[in-house]
Design a protein around this ligand. Structure first.
Ligand SMILES: NC(=O)c1ccc[n+]([C@@H]2O[C@H](COP(=O)([O-])OP(=O)(O)OC[C@H]3O[C@@H](n4cnc5c(N)ncnc54)[C@H](OP(=O)(O)O)[C@@H]3O)[C@@H](O)[C@H]2O)c1
Length: 272
């Protein structure tokens, strides 16, 4: 393998795909196996992990809930022990989606937002922290974080306000993280899949999802991993992703630099 990640490594590259038991996560995990990675997956449902391993025996499957801090610690430790060195590629893929209607008593009667925020936003932010911490003072080689976003991060879906909000928040975190790590060996990637025919999309109920079955899921996964290994940080792996992204203007990088120059970073700024 002669891509930017493998060029700098002297071991078999390792990857963790959260939510890698089904859907896009499983397709990404299988593509990474095909590309020579030692791949771990995690999810909550043991039967799905078993089925994933039956399909792809090379996968190392860990039952875990990424919303639980103790499970995140355990997964990161187990992945490192399994690979024999700090993780090289973290894929933050696990997510859930729920319908909420703030004009409806059902939504108002109980908190159904907290675990969506925990799984879609707090968990991947903390996994980024744990990934970077695992490399502190140790790995000098390259590393990568791939965050799975959605075009829904850019526009409000009436039925799924928390899905959009958590994905939008995570998108913003991803942009800042990429800037923080610009001088390090860790590159930060973000992918915008189209509507795919997965379990998650059943809850989204997007009209075009049925057209994007397993072949499309596999093609999106293959294009995503190709782009990561080619060093393309913003990944629109399908014509629907590209069409949707075109609707939203990208901020001029020079303007972004200018704004950030105006925000002081005093000594110890990260301890404030
Ligand atoms: N499908 C689409 O149309 C679409 C479009 C754009 C973006 N995306 C994004 O693509 C990613 C994958 O979505 P998908 O469609 O493949 O979804 P999916 O088929 O529903 O799979 C979700 C995966 O995440 C796992 N998961 C959920 N909560 C978890 C938790 N707390 N801890 C550990 N694992 C957890 C699930 O396993 P368990 O439930 O067993 O834990 C499952 O493995 C998501 O980030 C999604 O936002 C999807």
């Amino acid at each position: 393998m002669d891509d930017w990640l493998n060029q700098g490594l002297n071991h078999q590259p390792t990857a963790l795909v959260t939510g890698g038991s089904v859907g896009l996560g499983l397709a990404l995990a299988r593509e990474l196996v095909r590309r020579g990675f030692a791949v771990s997956i995690c999810a909550r449902t043991q039967a799905d992990l078993d089925a994933a391993r039956a399909l792809e025996p090379a996968l190392h499957a860990i039952r875990a809930d990424v919303a639980l801090p103790a499970d995140r610690d355990r997964v990161m430790a187990e992945v490192e022990q399994h690979g024999g060195h700090p993780l090289d590629l973290l894929v933050n893929n696990a997510a859930i989606v729920r319908a909420h209607d703030y004009a409806n008593p059902f939504t108002l009667e109980q908190d159904r937002a907290a675990d969506e925020i925990a799984i879609n936003f707090a968990a991947p932010v903390d996994l980024c922290r744990l990934f970077l911490k695992s490399r502190m003072g140790r790995a000098r080689g390259p590393g990568a974080i791939l965050n799975v976003s959605t075009p829904g991060a850019f526009f409000p879906l009436d039925a799924n306000p928390l899905y959009c909000a958590t994905k939008a928040g995570f998108h913003m975190f991803t942009l800042s993280l990429r800037r923080h790590l610009a001088e390090t060996g860790v590159r930060v990637f973000e992918v915008y899949p189209p509507a795919l025919d997965t379990r998650l999309a059943d809850a989204l109920d997007v009209a075009s999802q049925a057209a994007n079955g397993q072949d499309a899921i596999d093609a999106v996964a293959a294009e995503t991993i190709r782009a990561v290994l080619a060093g393309e940080e913003v990944i629109a792996p399908h014509k629907q992703s590209r069409a949707l992204l075109k609707m939203f203007p990208q901020m001029d990088p020079a303007a972004l630099d200018e704004v950030n120059r105006g925000v002081k970073r005093r000594a110890g700024w990260d301890r404030a």
